[in-house]
Design a protein around this ligand. Structure first.
Ligand code: DC
Length: 216
């Protein structure tokens, strides 16, 4: 069974999807981490961000391995390194790159072969797994999402300003929605869930109910 969870940044997708997968005994796939890893590789190699083929050539040589809670790039654990504010911003270049997307989409489909998964991203229900048995669109208000991201970054020891996080989030939201290929969109057959005011526990409980109702 494939469960897709799409939605904007900061809606609480990652932690909810990971916990949901654990409860169901499914594998978890964090597709945002894959785009982030490509951006990290680009940053380290000093690619010219204005020249997309450079980044896609680099991505072609990357070996990404994902477990339920870690991501390895050519064998190196980059789970923390991909979460900085700088990489978060640069990840747009990976996400906007069609050749990179095609490559990552292939890898995502391979990952799903022969197993039950909860997969999380922007285009999982619309592009990558249009035949998924259960599709969820998880969202929250702009302010709530920015507050969560802010607290996340603080906890990671980054110096951040809430207004700044909100501003950057607006830019990312817009780019996510306007992206030609794989842009953020709710699939017609997705169930929308707004997480404002809900505890992480409540979100997972509700998600589990939705999935169980789709299992047969
Ligand atoms: O969910 P996240 O914040 O880790 O995602 C990082 C970026 O990658 C985000 O700006 C959108 C992009 N992304 C994407 O384009 N498609 C996906 N399936 C997942 C993430």
């Amino acid at each position: 069974m494939i469960v897709t969870i799409d939605g904007p940044a900061g809606a609480g997708k990652s932690s909810a999807a990971r916990r949901l997968a654990r409860r169901l005994g499914f594998s978890f796939l964090d597709t945002g981490a894959m785009y982030r890893a490509v951006a990290l590789a680009g940053r380290r190699q000093g690619v010219d961000w204005e020249n997309p083929p450079e980044l896609s050539a680099l991505a072609a040589g990357l070996r990404l391995e994902l477990t339920d809670d870690r991501i390895f790039m050519n064998g190196e654990d980059v789970t923390e390194a991909i979460r900085t504010l700088e990489i978060t911003t640069l990840t747009q270049f990976a996400a906007d790159n069609e050749a990179v997307r095609r490559r990552l989409i292939d890898q995502q489909r391979k990952f799903a072969e022969g197993r039950n998964i909860v997969t999380e991203g922007r285009d999982q229900a619309t592009v990558v797994f249009p035949h998924a048995e259960c599709k969820i669109f998880l969202t929250a208000s702009e302010e709530e999402r920015a507050r969560r991201r802010f607290q996340d970054l603080l906890a990671r020891g980054e110096e951040v300003d809430l207004e700044e996080v909100l501003k950057k989030q607006r830019v990312r939201d817009q780019r996510d929605v306007e992206r030609q290929f794989g842009g953020l969109a709710k699939a017609a057959d997705s169930i929308e869930m707004v997480t404002d005011g809900l505890s992480p526990e409540q979100v997972v409980d509700r998600l589990e109910e939705i999935v169980r109702a789709h299992q047969h």
